[in-house]
Ligand binder design. Structure first.
Ligand SMILES: [Fe+2]
Ligand SMILES: [Fe+2]
Length: 191
């Protein structure tokens, strides 16, 4: 199913990412790409932009905060802080260093840490694939569960947010404001 993405192109991206990211972060990104590819198939989407966004989504994750800030105009720092910095910084790196020019791919990278109920299907998909990654031992069960849990983008978004809410409760960490707000909105939307 990966025919649409030029093999040498993706190999190039993977090699550049392997040099930028720790081994565990790279492995996470690889699993996110696998989950994203399955969601693309499930939702009948062109998998080329999906895989580009999935592979690139954390490309700025391991830069220092100072490096992330330096990539973003000071007038956008407040927005970048709300989005968790590495998403917006990653969109810049994807454009500057990986030649990514597809606006929908760049947006999916920019917004991948915070749920966006009215965003494109691609943006929702990358958020979901990222949040659903529960590590290498869970990958098969995650993939097996996709048709039931993620039949459409909004159901999938709800499921991914619930996963993160549960995780925060279990670890006694404060819930994220946007998770709680979007969860309520989606419950209403989905009836
Ligand atoms: Fe991320
Ligand atoms: Fe990620």
């Amino acid at each position: 199913m990966n025919d649409a993405l030029n093999a040498s192109e993706i190999a190039e991206v993977q090699a550049a990412l392997a040099a930028r990211l720790s081994r565990s972060r790279f492995a996470h990104v690889e699993r996110v790409a696998t989950i994203a590819g399955h969601l693309a198939e499930l939702w009948d989407l062109d998998n080329e932009p999906v895989l580009r966004a999935a592979w690139l989504h954390d490309c700025a994750r391991e830069l220092s905060r100072a490096e992330q800030r330096a990539l973003i105009l000071p007038s956008r720092w407040e927005e970048a802080a709300d989005l968790g910095w590495h998403g917006p910084a990653g969109a810049v790196v994807s454009w500057q260093h990986f030649g990514e020019t597809d606006r929908s791919v760049l947006d999916a990278i920019k917004y991948h840490s915070v749920p966006q109920p009215d965003a494109s299907v691609l943006t929702k998909l990358i958020f979901v694939a990222d949040k659903l990654d529960a590590g290498p031992t869970q990958l098969k069960s995650t993939l097996d569960g996709l048709p039931a849990r993620c039949a459409d983008p909004d159901q999938a978004l709800l499921c991914a947010i619930e996963m993160r809410l549960r995780e925060h409760i279990e670890r006694r960490r404060p819930l994220l404001r946007q998770d709680v707000a979007v969860h309520a909105l989606l419950l209403k939307r989905l009836g």
